[in-house]
Design a protein around this ligand. Structure first.
Ligand code: SF4
Ligand code: SF3
Length: 552
């Protein structure tokens, strides 16, 4: 096993025995083999394209990439099944290519294909095969780094593409890029060509987040300023986490009138900001904090928990909620009940959760009060006059984008400390679970504008980019980097890498990234990012706050 895809990898080098996240070696290897088979699909898909054969593997490939994201799926049987499906799909595609090639050229297809395009075997051979196809199979450190930067970014983009597809929003252009990118990692390309693909991934990331933004807002309305209750009611309830808003919709509809309440956890908090969900009286509030606190918080919740996407972490020995843990979509956990996909045009069936909830006690109160959010682009642009006035008058001196992920390490106290150390005339723009480091601090407001503006989930970092572009226009600036805006991004898993690549594509410079720079950046690749984009690791709270206030 060798995995270095997340920020918490062992010694900031890579997990080699068992993931710091808890991922066992067998699971890590199966994930590698799944990625390997996807490369094979991508290679045949490229051939199919050149022969103008239509095929529809894009969404499947996106879902498989998504399943390998940190803390999404822990179920080896599910990975074995996905590998089996991938091999079958690859074979159908191969046969189509061979037939079309012969029909067009009058001879057999004789190109030598990469192992990923030809290898096959029964399920009981997966474990052995998986040991030879991992990240370290690429020997050159810089080539490995660029290929992995691309694949890791792709995983995040693929997750967003799947969320959009769930709502009926798809774009073949994105899928074509997934194929091009995966196939490229089997080819000997120049460094320039690999860097160009990484940058193109940034462009595709922007397009995917824009598509998802359209999917979310056209389906559920534009997020609005919302006070979200963080206390509890007295009825039994279901806790829903992850990023999938359609699951949220199905769950709210099915629980209505049942006497069972619904609460959000982690990245589902922003569901409260959508008009379509506000109308449900039994949608009570948000329970607890960010994903890494779930072992304690799921325990205290007392009722069933629905994980729609990452981050799902392994249960600790003392945890008793295994039999009230449910997964759906691309998540999975051995022993947890998996709610199957919705039938065409229908809804997922959450009746098992509702029945289970009725046997449970109401949630144990963790805290009381409210938190505010809902500052996605439409809402912020509605306040644009007020914000521009505040900037012009000097009431707001600077904005700091502190979007991204949260994580369990002490080093992330940095983000709470930065939030507290920033002068009172600064506004923090956030999205993703990074916000849990400071969204419950009393940071106050500036003339009624809260000092922490939460746009939503990590994919709503797109909103922050839209807001920045709008401010650039309003202030008549030639370059987005001239805005009084600094970036202090916290990353953990691969969606944050997708967001980072998107920011680079948008031309944003001098991003601070922490708590550590990714282990998958070799010194040479890191140098390219530093020289071209000014990316830097976080430093101390004092020096970073001072530098950001100086526009550095
Ligand atoms: Fe290690 Fe992160 Fe990979 Fe888990 S996902 S095995 S913690 S690098
Ligand atoms: Fe968080 Fe997992 Fe990344 Fe969507 S829930 S931001 S870490």
């Amino acid at each position: 096993m060798f995995c270095f895809q997340c920020q918490e990898c062992a010694n900031n080098k890579g997990c080699t025995v068992r993931g710091v996240c808890g991922k066992p070696e067998a699971t890590a290897n199966l994930q590698d083999l799944l990625i390997h088979t996807l490369k094979g699909i991508a290679l045949w898909s490229k051939e199919a394209r050149s022969l103008e054969i239509a095929h529809s593997e894009g969404l499947f490939v996106a879902q498989c990439l998504f399943s390998t994201i940190t803390n999404a799926n822990w179920d080896d049987e599910r990975f074995a099944s996905l590998i089996g499906q991938a091999l079958e799909r690859r074979e159908v595609l191969r046969q189509d290519v061979l037939a079309a090639y012969k029909a067009e050229r009058g001879r057999d297809f004789d190109k030598t294909m990469d192992d990923s395009a030809t290898w096959s075997g029964p399920t009981d051979s997966f474990a052995e095969k998986s040991r030879s196809v991992g990240v370290l199979a690429t020997e050159n450190e810089d080539v490995r780094s660029l290929r992995q930067l691309l694949i890791i970014g792709l995983k995040g983009i693929a997750a967003y593409a799947d969320h959009a597809a769930v709502l009926g929003y798809e774009d073949e252009n994105l899928y074509d890029f997934f194929m091009e990118a995966l196939a490229s990692t089997t080819e000997d390309l120049s460094v320039d060509a690999m860097v160009a693909l990484v940058l193109k991934a940034g462009e595709i990331s922007v397009q995917t987040m824009a598509l998802l933004d359209r999917a979310n807002t056209e389906t559920y309305g534009n997020p609005e300023i919302t006070q979200v209750n963080i206390g509890v009611g007295t009825r039994p309830a279901i806790l829903i986490s992850g990023h999938d808003l359609r699951d949220m919709e199905d769950l709210l509809r099915q629980t209505e009138g049942t006497g069972v309440d619904v609460y959000t956890h982690g990245e589902m908090l922003p569901a409260h900001y959508y008009p379509a969900f506000k109308k449900y009286d039994h949608f009570v509030g948000n329970y607890g904090g960010s994903w890494w606190k779930q072992n304690d918080e799921f325990e205290a919740f007392n009722g069933p928990i629905l994980m729609t996407t990452n981050c799902l972490v392994p249960l600790k020995r003392h945890n008793t909620y295994a039999d009230r843990l449910f997964t759906t979509g691309m998540t999975g956990y051995p022993g947890a009940v998996h709610i199957p996909d919705r039938p065409e045009g229908g809804a997922k069936d959450f009746s098992a959760l509702i029945a289970r909830a009725r046997t449970c006690k109401a949630p144990t109160e963790l805290e009381t009060g409210t938190i505010v959010g809902g500052f996605a682009h439409r809402q912020v642009l509605a306040l644009a006059d007020k914000i521009v006035e505040a900037v012009k008058s000097g009431a707001i001196r600077r904005f700091v984008v502190m979007a991204g992920c949260d994580g369990r390490h002490r080093s992330r106290d940095y983000y709470s400390e930065v939030a507290q150390a920033l002068p009172k005339d600064t506004v923090i723009l956030t999205a993703g679970c990074a916000k849990y480091r400071y969204n419950k601090l009393a940071l106050g407001d500036i003339g009624g504008i809260p000092r922490v503006l939460d746009a939503g989930q990590c994919n709503d970092s797109y909103s922050l980019a839209v807001i920045a572009l709008k401010l650039k226009e309003v202030f008549g600036l030639a370059d987005i980097n001239e805005l009084p805006l600094s970036y202090d991004i916290a990353w953990y898993e691969q969606k944050a890498v997708a967001v980072l690549l998107a920011l680079l594509f948008l031309g944003i410079k001098d991003i601070r990234l922490g708590p550590t720079l990714p282990a998958f950046l070799s010194p040479n690749v890191a140098k390219v990012l530093v020289e071209n984009f000014g990316i830097r690791a976080i430093d101390t709270v004092e020096s970073d706050v001072a530098a950001m206030m100086d526009g550095r």
